[in-house]
Design a protein around this ligand. Structure first.
Ligand SMILES: C[S@@+](CC[C@H](N)C(=O)[O-])C[C@H]1O[C@@H](n2cnc3c(N)ncnc32)[C@H](O)[C@@H]1O
Length: 350
């Protein structure tokens, strides 16, 4: 459908391989009432950045169907998979039934996990964002496929690299038990290939630098820059809060959105530009937005056609916060104990 071309060209949007829009004024390609342009299950939406030529693809429908289709998701090719599945918390997703029987939910979970392992390349990374309810089952399932350690895993086996925790404030209030304030971020690697790990872009200020003014941090021998360290496995801090109504990042209709910094940390450390990243449960599109901004090729799946369209629009718009905004911050929980001798000694943005 003809559209105004007032905005500069940023890329192309295509549906099922057919080019349907070429400038940013035409991102909202679904025209109400037009059956020919309505997004539906089975569709594939794509966006290619006009400058970087980096491509993002969104498959609409059940991720298990896409994961079984070697044309949509070629097995053994993905460098990084990040999965934030429905938690079966009876949330009002646009289409998905989020209140399955426990057995049904676990069957579903193990099915998509196995398909994701098949989609990973040897050496690739698998991350799963999951609450207390299901973390133990998933860890046992993934470890149980073939238990091994990270030094000797063979092709097809998985090894756990980290069990991270995303800690947030403002969880659901309750007085009957302790208030939930975390989700698990499970990090596995597939054996049989070279694993990519580079924390350079996600380093944070060490406590020695931020709190204690300890000069030893300036002459570290761990290969990290002076005063900097790899983040710990409990994640929190500035920009790490739940994406709620008052957040700049918040998208309408998505109450399960992850913060951009979370995906930036995972994608930056576990992939490099040009790598192929998959999110089987795209939701509002956070993984796609960050992967695309970091010049990774991206494939997402989303059951809801409306969500899929919104996610693609969001990928095109780009992240709210510039990449690197959280880099070099401190997550220290104690106030500074010893005044720094020189403001030049440590980075200013603690
Ligand atoms: C927890 S949300 C993902 C949120 C996302 N990480 C974000 O930051 O916006 C889960 C999403 O998975 C979608 N979904 C549920 N079952 C699915 C399935 N079988 N295949 C593909 N998508 C599914 C839901 O519609 C929902 O949008």
């Amino acid at each position: 459908m003809p559209r105004s071309r007032s905005a500069p060209t940023a890329g192309t949007i295509a549906r099922n391989g057919k080019r349907v829009a070429a400038d940013s004024a035409e991102v909202d390609v679904v025209s109400p009432g037009s059956s020919t342009t309505k997004v539906k299950a089975g569709d594939t939406l794509t966006y290619v950045h006009s400058v970087t030529r980096v491509k993002a693809t969104v498959h609409v429908g059940d991720c298990r169907d896409a994961l079984r289709d070697p044309v949509k998701i070629p097995p053994g090719t993905f460098d990084l998979i990040f999965a934030d599945p429905p938690f079966n918390w009876n949330r009002g997703y646009d289409k998905w039934n989020d209140a399955l029987h426990v057995d049904e939910y676990l069957d579903f979970t193990f099915e998509w996990l196995e398909l994701c392992v098949a989609a990973l390349r040897p050496g690739g990374s698998l991350w799963v964002n999951i609450p207390d309810d299901w973390a133990a089952e998933i860890v046992c399932f993934l470890k149980g496929r073939k238990v091994s350690d990270t030094r000797s895993i063979g092709p097809g086996t998985l090894a756990m690299r980290n069990w991270c925790v995303w800690h947030y404030r403002f969880g659901q209030n309750t007085t009957e038990r302790f208030i939930n304030s975390k989700v698990h971020a499970l990090y596995f690697i597939k054996g049989g290939g070279q694993h990519h790990w580079d924390p350079t872009d996600v380093l944070e200020l060490s406590d020695r630098a931020a709190v204690y003014g300890d000069p030893r941090t300036l002459s570290k021998k761990d290969g990290m820059p002076p005063s900097m360290r790899v983040p710990m496995d409990v994640w929190y801090g500035k920009f790490w809060g739940r994406v709620q109504g008052n957040s700049k990042e918040r998208r309408h209709y998505h109450d399960n959105q992850l913060p951009e910094v979370y995906l930036e940390r995972v994608i930056s450390a576990c992939s490099k530009p040009g790598d192929l990243v998959l999110d089987p449960f795209l939701g509002s599109g956070t993984t796609g937005v960050v992967a695309h901004a970091l010049n990774r090729r991206f494939v997402g799946c989303e059951f809801s056609p409306v969500n899929a369209q919104h996610a693609l629009d969001r990928i095109k718009e780009g992240p709210i916060r510039p990449m690197g905004k959280a880099r070099g911050l401190s997550s220290a929980i104690f106030p500074e104990r010893k005044p720094q001798k020189s403001s030049k000694t440590f980075p200013d943005d603690r």
